[in-house]
Design a protein. Structure first.
Length: 265
């Protein structure tokens, strides 16, 4: 059984197939799981291996599937000392399970769920990005309007930017309803070492904003690296076409090609 599990693990890594690795890291008292037991959970919820079985294993599986949306790791703690008359496990001990997403999928964090932002979110999800779409307007940040693969967050932009866990895997697109909100988001985002940051704006606004950030003491390299205006120039006029321009630029960036917006292209 162990040989089959590790063969599956090897194949998942070799195929660059995203999965969540779940490991029992601690038990006390009587527990159905033992330290070191492992389970693989794939995006579709299918599993290989075990962390002890029963209702808590199903809870681990559910939590693991959620990681495909937010890309974090977690430690789950289960109390197994429950009354006999209930439906919870009654082994008498406690178990802790560490779950961690194993993926090379890039993240895209989009601020603004307007016409362009929401279209880009759907396209990026199809392109295998882990997408987080943020808007402070409840009527725009409605999870029912998006595929389950898109994490939709309804929070004030500034608060969301501070909670978005932006890191070197992140490609950030700023497309809020106005330049004041854009600047508030960028003031937070530029503090982090995101792989890519792009802003929907005019060339004139871009010059003014970059000058303001440099004058305020922001890292010059990060300000100069900002993709603004965002996207590549395909002569687009509709939200769908503009979303294609943005996604094309980000895909090119991931593949080592820097293509900036140019009026001459």
């Amino acid at each position: 059984m162990a040989t089959e599990f590790f063969q599956e693990l090897k194949e998942a890594f070799n195929k660059d197939q995203p999965f969540v690795l779940c490991t029992v890291i601690e038990t006390t008292g009587s527990s159905p799981g033992t330290v070191g037991q492992k389970m693989i959970v794939y995006r579709d919820g299918s599993t290989v291996g075990t962390v002890g079985g029963g209702v808590n294993e199903e809870r681990v599986r559910t939590a693991a599937v959620d990681l495909f949306k937010n890309g974090t790791s977690r430690i789950l703690t289960f109390n197994l000392a429950n009354p006999l008359e209930g439906s919870e496990p009654v082994c008498g001990g406690e178990a802790r399970v560490f779950i961690e997403l194993q993926a090379h999928e890039p993240r895209m964090v989009i601020f603004g769920a307007g016409h362009i932002g929401r279209t880009l979110a759907r396209m990026a999800s199809l392109a295998r990005f882990q997408v987080t779409l943020i808007d402070e307007r409840p009527e725009y940040a409605d999870p029912k309007k998006f595929p389950a693969s898109v994490e939709v967050v309804c929070l004030p932009y500034v608060e969301a930017a501070e909670k978005a866990m932006i890191d070197k895997r992140c490609h950030v697109v700023v497309a809020t309803p106005g330049h004041v909100k854009d600047r508030e988001v960028l003031e937070r985002v530029l503090r982090y070492d995101a792989a890519y940051v792009g802003l929907i704006c005019s060339a004139k606004k871009m010059v003014e904003m970059k000058h303001a950030f440099k004058s305020a003491g922001y890292d010059v390299r990060r300000v100069d690296d900002l993709f603004a205006p965002i996207g590549i120039n395909l002569g687009s006029t509709t939200p769908e076409e503009i979303a294609v321009e943005i996604l094309a630029q980000i895909v090119a960036f991931r593949n080592g090609k820097i293509i900036r917006f140019s009026r001459d292209s």
